[in-house]
Design a protein around this ligand. Sequence first.
Ligand code: ADP
Ligand code: MG
Length: 386
Amino acid sequence: DNKVHMGREKADRATRDQVLDRRTEAIIESMVRKELISELQGVISTGKEANVYAAPLHTYDDDEGTHTGTLYRAAKIYKTSILSFVDRERYITGEHRFRNGGHKGNNRKMVKKWAEKEFRNLQRLNRAGLACPYPIQLKANVLLMEFLGDGEGHAYPRLRDVELEGTDDDDIAQQWRALYIQLLGLVRRLYQVCRLVHADLSEYNILYHERVLYIIDVSQSVGHDHPQTYDFLRMDLHNIGAFFRRKGVDTLRDRTVFEFATANNGLAYADDPAADATAAAEAIEQLYATRPKPAEGADGETDKEALAALEVDNEVFRAQYIPQSLHQIYDEGMVARGDGPVGGTEALHAKDSLYRNLLAEGQEDEGEEEDDDDDEDDDDDSDSDS
Ligand code: ADP
Ligand code: MG
């Protein structure tokens, strides 16, 4: 740990200086004045677009002035001097909230949009009862949120770094499988209740503590109105599958979990996260029970063959074109040319359950306003769809 050699404070300050320009400093100072935090402490993560700091709030006894405790928060500070937002552009195009977004050559404003987006998405996740940081305050490029970690300022590990402990290998394998199932339920709930696709979901953006998975890093998450929602969802599910397979979990096919996440059958327990998790887990066990059986063979061989078949199927699924909107379906001539949506609908129903889910959603989306969170400087311009 090079910080030890360098001296913790000095190292922290060095890292901080790279990001904290004058205005950001002023924001931090105002948060200190408002007693939201006492200081920025250790840097938890330095990323391309943001750094995350542990930000303790010390409490003192009123009379004696003695230190009574420390409550940790996390401050995610988006870098304002940052060059490469090119990649992120694609997340913005097509979204109502960011159409005509002020990102043309204005980094500070652009960065503010990202922070804002993350803040709102965290609110949405919280409202849906998903495990994630609670957003506390947003000021320009500084997002203050609940700290996911212990009382000493140590963050929970990323799923990538987790070493599960158990009574034996079997127990650990069972835990990994349970986490896989838990995560599929979360993706479904995120999609169905928050109406979001994470769009950067992987073992790096999930924290783990005591059998619970916490979703983080939702600045790039997209709503159902984004033209690439399905691509992002497929990517997310693919990452998840790949990770858990590396952990030895017998995963379901990408297309199966995609259908599971998007199936337009309504969530029976939309208002009850715990009951929803149970229902999701049961539904997934059902998917395991009813999936096509792998070919017969010697045990080891069957496993290998099944895995290979899974890879092929996932590959095919990934290469498949999933139309994003009704308009796209009609444009591509994927339905028999009938007179309007009704004839088209029937043709679609015959085709594929993916399209069926999609269609039901497309109809639902027609009249729906994207969001319930409106904001002063939202340059929303929702009349230009299609
Ligand atoms: P980036 O955009 O740089 O990937 P993330 O939101 O993924 O930013 O955060 C980077 C890292 O910071 C995470 O992997 C996690 O370890 C840590 N982190 C982020 N938010 C929190 C939080 N609320 N509590 C504790 N640690 C966090
Ligand atoms: Mg991240």
